[in-house]
Design a protein around this ligand. Structure first.
Ligand code: ADP
Ligand code: MG
Length: 638
């Protein structure tokens, strides 16, 4: 029975495939060996539950041991173990997965119990360890009590088997790490690899390192030498202590596997801190726990987003039965939700997912839609039930919510009642509330500011009249309002920046066209701008002498082209200078003789109007300051 053999089923063809697969992600062998250990333990539990195997008191565990001296990395489990025949069948026959065999045997009687969650599907996982090894030894003893067996192979294609003196149930896989992969003898590397792939595997995983014996040639300090035998004893004790104090790497029952009703807020926050190393508290979270139509569990957190740029730092980790698969898989998690932080566990997805597979998978698409819906519903229920809190979150979450609306109209439809606008007086209103407060009639214009400080004067003119001005100052807002105008086209909503037109600030009243033309000529001359158009209108308030307006669509277009097209496409904004017909200075200008003073006054009025909406360009600022000084000086000269 024992002897030499050659791994069957085209190992020569398969090894290069495995090599290539691993080339990109070599450390995956750790996941494969640990998950095989988990599977072996699940199988044993299963057999105990059916009475086919004997239970014992030893807790199930997996041990990963680094031995630098021996150059080995080993993985032990106290699972089902293998008989010589099983080693032959499952290990030697590459691509013949024992997992498939086991499931087909037991799936029929499966009642959805914990014990049948088998990770492996491919029958290739084990062979991944040859990528980092010069030699691999399996030492295993089956729960059946059949003689233990040792299987040794240097290349994954030829092997030797012999009887082993192993007495305890389970399997130890020892990798003799090759020179070029010595990094895997580094405790730190092994730990971080385990933490990445195995942090939530369902069996406790312990990591330890065999301490090298102290070299005898080392010179001992005098006192220790005098202590003699006693000192040596102490160092032996120390060695055993270090070996026998392995650290547990994983959390075998992660929060997302528990029932939401059994989890406290503190549990969720702690899990968040631990997994995402984010010490800012999350705003709120969603515990996904679906069995139908998907088998899907997970927790999605809304992180506190410090600014729009850090919003791209979210991370959603994907698991398959507590085995880490990948981060941020766009195909499963809709892109805009990648701003969130969280974990998704989906046992029905294959462990080794390829992007092209996921993209074309209808099941994955439905899953993504399900997650999106859950998020939208949660936001809506926060809004309906805890509006105060929700308003407080809004500043943090709005870029993400808006992005989601633009990206996915279904998301928008589900969440639209919970979309807020922050007004310049610090209130939060929905579009409907804005409409009820500010508009009557069929159409409604939402007035907004894009820079609360810069546009303070104009904001004040609106709010003094009892009109709400909303603040839309995020990067995403330009796209967002275009989206809203389109999505809400039936309800005739338009957005206008407060400097888009003077209508909101002027009142009815006749002005003479001659006066207007006359003033236009004057301003054109003073500003040396033949294209300037000037309007003359009575303002509701005399706080303002003039304002500059830029048509909303024109401004949006030139902003957009500046953003996307760079300098070449920079379309100038078409500005209109609207003069307050009621203001004494304008009346004075109408009658005054052309001269240096009127010219200075015109330039000053135009600059002030410009400054009320945006900063002056450098040259113009220099001019403005110089002129202001002159005008002040004239006042005392009088
Ligand atoms: P898979 O896990 O996809 O079935 P692997 O190549 O990882 O494929 O493993 C092949 C088979 O070898 C497993 O299905 C299992 O039957 C057996 N095996 C591997 N590792 C162990 C182990 N630690 N204990 C018991 N059986 C194992
Ligand atoms: Mg496996």
């Amino acid at each position: 029975m024992y002897g030499k053999g050659t791994v069957s089923i085209n190992a020569e063809n398969i090894m290069p495939v495995i090599k290539q697969w691993l080339y990109s992600d070599k450390d995956i062998f750790v996941r494969e060996l640990v998950s095989n250990g988990c599977d072996a333990i699940s199988k044993h539990k299963r057999l105990v539950s059916t009475g086919e195997a004997q239970a014992d008191d030893a807790p199930y565990r997996i041990d990963v041991v680094v031995d630098k001296e021996a150059g080995t990395l080993s993985f032990s489990d106290n699972g089902i173990g293998m008989t010589a025949e099983e080693v032959e069948k499952y290990i030697a026959q590459v691509a013949f997965s024992g997992a498939t065999d086991f499931i087909s045997k037991y799936a029929g009687e499966d009642k959805g119990g914990e014990d049948t969650k088998i990770i492996g599907h491919f029958g290739l996982g084990f062979y991944s360890c040859f990528m980092v090894s010069d030699k691999v030894v399996i030492n295993t003893r089956s729960y059946t009590g059949a003689p233990a067996v040792r299987w040794t192979s240097a290349d994954g294609m030829t092997y030797e088997t012999e009887e082993s003196d192993r007495t305890e149930r389970g399997t130890t896989i020892t990798l003799f790490i090759s020179d070029e992969d010595k990094d895997f003898l580094n405790l730190w590397t092994v730990r971080s690899t385990l933490e990445k792939h195995c942090a939530f595997m369902p069996v406790p995983i312990y990591l330890s390192e065999v301490q090298p014996p102290k070299p005898e040639t080392e010179e001992k300090p005098v006192e220790e030498a005098e202590a003699g035998a006693e000192g040596e004893e102490a160092s032996t004790v120390e060695k055993i202590e270090e070996e026998s104090a392995p650290e547990q790497i994983n959390d075998p029952s992660p929060l997302w596997m528990r029932k939401p009703a059994d989890c406290t807020d503190e549990d969720y926050k702690e899990f968040y801190r631990k997994v995402f190393h984010d010490y800012e508290e999350p705003l709120f979270w969603i515990h996904l726990n679906a069995e139908y139509p998907f088998n899907l569990k997970g927790i999605l957190y809304f992180p506190r987003i410090k600014n729009e740029f850090s919003a791209s730092e979210g991370v959603v980790k994907l698991y398959n039965n507590q085995v880490f698969v990948a981060d941020n898989i766009k195909e499963v998690i809709p892109e805009f939700l990648l701003l969130l932080k969280g974990v998704i566990d989906c046992p029905d997805l294959p462990l080794n997912v390829s992007r092209s597979f996921l993209q074309n998978d209808g099941y994955v698409k439905k899953m993504a839609a399900y997650i999106t819906r859950k998020v939208a519903d949660r936001l809506t229920s926060e809004f309906n039930n805890k509006r105060e809190d929700y308003q407080r979150y809004w500043d943090d979450i709005h870029p993400f919510v808006k992005y989601g609306c633009i990206k996915d109209e279904k998301f928008y439809d589900r969440v639209k009642k919970a979309l807020l606008f922050k007004t310049t007086s610090g209130e939060y209103v929905t579009l409907e509330e804005y409409r009820n407060r500010n508009c009557d009639g069929e159409e409604c214009t939402v007035y907004y500011a894009s820079d609360e400080k810069r546009q303070a004067q104009m904001i004040k003119l609106y709010t003094d009249q009892g009109k709400d001005v909303v603040l839309l100052d995020a990067l995403i807002d330009a796209n967002y309002i275009s989206f809203l105008e389109y999505a809400e086209r039936d309800s005739k909503i338009t957005f206008k920046r407060i400097d888009a037109a003077a209508d909101g600030l002027t009142e009815e009243g006749e002005t003479s066209e001659d006066d207007r033309a006359n003033l236009e000529k004057r301003f054109r001359g003073a500003l040396n701008d033949e294209n300037l158009s000037v309007q003359l209108k009575p303002f509701k308030s005399n706080e303002m002498i003039a304002m500059i307006t830029v048509d909303e669509q024109n401004r949006r277009f030139s902003e957009m082209s500046a953003r996307w097209g760079g300098k070449d496409l920079n379309l100038p904004e078409k500005r209109t200078l609207v003069l307050n017909a009621k203001h004494p200075l304008i009346s004075w200008l109408k009658g005054a003789e052309d001269g240096e003073l009127t010219s200075s006054v015109c330039a000053q009025v135009a600059d002030l109007a410009e400054m009320a909406r945006q900063p002056l360009v450098a040259d113009r600022m220099v001019e403005f300051l110089k002129r202001s000084n002159e005008l002040l000086t004239m006042m005392i000269d009088k």
